[in-house]
Design a protein around this ligand. Sequence first.
Ligand SMILES: Nc1nc2c(c(=O)[nH]1)N[C@H]1C(S)=C(S)[C@@H](COP(=O)(O)O)O[C@H]1N2
Ligand SMILES: [Mo]
Length: 327
Amino acid sequence: MPHIRKNPSWYLPDSAATPESVYTNRRAFLKALGVGGLMLAGAGCGNAFMAEEDAAAPAIDDPLPPYETNPDYADAGRPLSDIEDVTTFNNFYEFGLRKDEPVENAKDFELDPYRLKIDGLVNNPIELDLDAVEKLGLEERVYRFRCVEAWGMTVPWLGVPLAKIIEQADPKPEAKFVAFKSFLDPDQAVGQRRYQQYPWPYFEGLRLDEARNELTLAVTGMYGRRLPPQSGTPLRIITPWKYGYKGPKSVVQMTFAANQPPTFWNTAVPSEYKFYSNVDPKVPHPRWSQASEWWLGDRTTRHPTQWYNGYGEQVAHLYEGIPRTLY
Ligand SMILES: Nc1nc2c(c(=O)[nH]1)N[C@H]1C(S)=C(S)[C@@H](COP(=O)(O)O)O[C@H]1N2
Ligand SMILES: [Mo]
């Protein structure tokens, strides 16, 4: 593995887990008992569904299938962000509005069993568990990431090109867009209980050619491990040329459609968040400039923001003839 790093704060060895977190996490609980799901099933106290459920439940310390770093995206031209910063400074409104809340409030969050449901205008509606997604070809790519709030980071993601997932579902010719839906579970997500003004669950959308672009990733891990809860376990979408909110976390459904789908932030604050949301230093947010940004770990040094976050070579052709201010 090319990136060797110290374990981040969210990675607790079993011996360090508190009794409380052990008992609220079914997987860790089974581990503490020294039994895996397969053994349980084999011992006759499980059924096929249980065995399957266990196989689908992701945990941070579950082994990943073998993967390689994509040589085209091995180097993002700037230093990797510190994993500690990336996993303690988060936007995940389901778990609180402050940047330091998701790491705490999502600690025990899991989607178990996990299925990515793919439906709408497709010839082959399917549900994929995490193994099925990763079998399509997991790879590592280092991408620049830019939040609309003018901060950035640089992350070694592990993911599958979304185009490979789309191929499995075989969209019909009428399909021109794809809508994504995040999980809905107010019992686990304090923000979904507390902030009723938001139209939960989180939802986003892309044009089909954007979704199929070589850059678009269905991400299941980062820094050589699976995604921790606060980073969008078990699967999130990453489109590095767009502002971060275009990439929903903890995605459970993808629906192909003929028309442009509504989005969470455009629905909540239409005057500030448009559908395209391409990174563009020349198009200011109504309340602040987008000309520069700071990177996690150093709030005081400003860096010039690049059009399409520097990915114009891969995506500029998608927007020929569309005025930048529509972004
Ligand atoms: N479901 C969901 N997805 C989400 C968000 C969210 O609040 N809920 N926030 C978005 C925003 S604004 C950003 S910048 C990134 C933040 O990802 P990070 O916390 O891993 O940096 O997630 C995006 N995806
Ligand atoms: Mo963001």
